[in-house]
Design a protein around this ligand. Structure first.
Ligand SMILES: Nc1nc2c(ncn2[C@@H]2O[C@H](COP(=O)(O)OP(=O)(O)O)[C@@H](O)[C@H]2O)c(=O)[nH]1
Ligand SMILES: [Mg+2]
Length: 383
């Protein structure tokens, strides 16, 4: 078996037959052995439609889960059931055009680990969503990309449409919450290459969306869990929290020095900053980079940390001025500067101050992009 197409479905009675037909049409010309797996949690006539289809069409397989819900866990079940060398996951409602399947398959066959049709690569669009859903979806993506470094370069990291080599998820401990199976795969999967293909996300053919506020909340919980399970993302998060705690220490110290010790403004300000720096150093040493790091002494680490922080202050000011020059007000420029210098300090401290002892297998992930041929982007589903 070459390819397994995995489709999570929940109350999609009017979409099941059309999507199977469209998949066969799309795959018809290609000489590929493939199977379709519906992982279904439906409580309506979808169940009957699927059981009829299984007897009519040998390529169709159904796994019905009784009393269970959840798009992402349905896909994980699909990964376990599927027999193909390659997997492609897509929705049942034809918002993901099956016409893209042969191109995705070709890429997988050439050895790309993960293929993601993207709404946000040149030539793609997400016309299938209303303005409110677009805003929610954009916010969710940005928060995800800030929290998890492996999502940063993937333009459509919350997509429900993607293909992968079986090995990407085999042996990975997938344990998603809610809907966004792709973020789970991107964070925990074993892969080196990602290819994005532009496509147009279309409006639903029939039935209605099952997206809800509850699912947005699940997405947030899922992110928190992934951050806690991914050492480097967890470190960056802790570093930011400790940095923020330093601001409170700084202000508190300043108040004490000014009003209890009647110090002058400038020395009070400098001393408060130094105390905050010491505060940050101690917490980072004890929490952020606790182990397994090189056993350097504090008299090496502390000066390095201070030097990096001082350069960070310089960076903040330079960025603030640069922003001011292009028309932003000073506080906004300062905020951008703080952001840049936080990333600077984190990267430098991670690489220099608390240098890792063991050689970790690194290797960057390579992301390539392709704008889709018009034929793929203009397909209208069933209309
Ligand atoms: N198995 C399973 N599939 C689900 C569940 N919730 C949604 N789906 C399917 O996931 C896909 C995406 O859902 P949809 O409502 O279209 O979300 P939207 O495209 O983001 O509006 C569709 O194929 C749904 O039938 C679920 O709890 N279990
Ligand atoms: Mg949909």
């Amino acid at each position: 078996m070459e390819l397994s197409i995995i489709i999570p479905s929940y109350n999609e009675k009017d979409n099941i037959r059309p999507i199977v037909r469209r998949i066969h049409e799309a795959m018809g010309s290609a000489d590929i052995s493939y199977e379709i797996w519906f992982v279904d949690d439906s409580s309506d006539e979808t169940v009957q439609v699927l059981s009829e289809l299984v007897t009519e069409d040998e390529r169709v397989n159904v796994h019905h889960r009784e009393g269970e819900r959840g798009l992402a866990s349905a896909v994980v079940r699909g990964f376990k059931l599927a027999r193909g060398r390659y997997f492609i996951v897509m929705d049942a409602d034809l918002q993901h055009p099956p016409e893209l399947l042969p191109a995705m398959y070709e890429r997988l066959k050439q050895g790309t680990d993960i293929v993601i049709p993207s709404r946000f690569v040149e030539g793609g669009s997400d016309g299938g969503l209303g303005p409110f859903r677009k805003l929610v979806s954009w916010t969710a993506r940005v928060i995800g990309q800030l929290a998890l470094h492996r999502l940063r370069r993937i333009s459509d990291c919350t997509s429900g449409f993607f293909g992968l080599q079986r090995e990407v998820v085999e042996g990975a401990e997938l344990d998603p919450i809610g809907w966004k199976i792709l973020i789970e795969v991107l964070v925990k999967g074993h892969y080196r290459t990602v290819h994005e293909i532009a496509y147009a996300f279309l409006a639903r053919d029939a039935g209605e969306s099952k997206m809800s506020m509850h699912e947005q909340w699940n997405y947030f919980r899922h992110l928190v869990r992934l951050v806690s399970q991914s050492p480097s993302d967890r470190r960056f998060f802790l570093f930011c929290i400790i940095g923020a705690s330093g601001v409170i220490v700084n202000e508190l110290m300043l108040t004490i020095l000014l009003y209890a010790f009647h110090m002058k403004d400038t020395p009070a300000s400098i001393l408060a900053s130094l105390v905050a720096m010491l505060n940050n150093y101690i917490w980072n040493d004890q929490i952020t980079w606790r182990s397994p790091r090189e056993g350097r002494k504090w008299n090496v680490k502390l000066p390095l940390f201070v030097a990096i922080s001082l350069v960070g202050i310089l960076i903040t000011t330079l960025v603030m001025h640069a922003c001011e020059r292009i028309g932003f007000i000073v506080p906004v420029g300062q905020a951008v500067g703080i952001l840049v210098s936080t990333v600077w300090s984190y990267v430098m401290n991670n690489k220099v101050t608390w240098r890792e002892t063991e050689h970790r297998e690194r290797g960057d992930i390579v992301v390539t992009r392709e704008s889709a041929p018009t034929a793929f982007t203009r397909v209208k589903s069933g209309v």
